[in-house]
Design a protein around this ligand. Structure first.
Ligand code: ZN
Length: 222
């Protein structure tokens, strides 16, 4: 009813609830800030951020200090590669400067995480180009918002035999692939894209119709 103030809890369970509602700070503002910042890291929610912060505080010398040092050093040196759009501490990046790679083949990816994923697979020893996203007219992302012009320049310079479009199999990814294919036509490089179909170890019964259709269309002779 109106005008009735919340009463102090009487029963045990209610007492606990009451105390939770009046939760007091248990750490200083420095640790609070650490938790808030850690909670912004992908994969860490508030709960994991608290656990991580507590672990760091407990392992101050073994982990927290080296981590702080590594982050301070990275902040000073990290930048975007002017040639390919990769993130690194040098420009041109480690991948672009690697003379053991075949720079005649450029694998085009949406994000640096895709570059890392392809490198983990270790299937090709090629160069890369990071777009920094996909075309998405609804979100206002056009060609000028992506690292596309630099890719056209790289291919136009000559020496590139093949451009592999390793974009995601999403509508935006495929739209981006079509746009880049149009822009690269006539520049002399072969343009290919990743196959769509049955994943390694996948069972047909579990696949969606779109994947099965793509797998049938992209069938290969044995
Ligand atoms: Zn680079």
């Amino acid at each position: 009813m109106f005008g009735i103030k919340p009463q102090p809890a009487v029963f045990k369970n209610q007492t606990i609830h009451y105390i939770r509602g009046m939760a007091k700070r248990v750490t200083g503002p420095e640790i609070e800030r650490l938790i808030q910042l850690l909670a912004k890291v992908p994969g860490l929610g508030p709960r994991s951020a608290r656990r991580a912060a507590l672990h760091l505080v407990k392992k101050k010398d073994q982990l927290m200090a080296p981590l702080a040092g590594a982050m301070a050093e990275a902040v000073d040196k990290v930048g975007i590669c002017s040639r390919c759009g990769n993130v690194d501490t040098r420009d041109p990046c480690t991948v672009c400067s690697d003379v053991t790679r075949d720079h005649g083949v450029i694998i085009v990816v949406e994000d640096v995480s895709d570059l890392w994923a392809l490198e983990r697979a270790g299937a090709m020893n090629a160069a890369y180009h990071v777009l920094g996203g996909t075309l998405s007219p609804l979100d206002g992302v056009g060609p000028d918002d992506l690292n596309i012009a630099a890719l056209i320049d790289r291919v136009a310079e000559g020496g590139v035999r093949e451009v592999i479009l390793a974009v995601n199999a999403t509508v935006e990814g495929q739209t981006t692939a079509h746009y880049i294919t149009d822009r690269l036509s006539g520049l002399g490089a072969k343009i290919s894209r990743l196959a769509h179909g049955v994943p390694v170890g996948g069972e047909l019964d579990y696949l969606d119709e779109g994947t099965l259709t793509a797998a049938l269309k992209a069938r290969t002779a044995i």
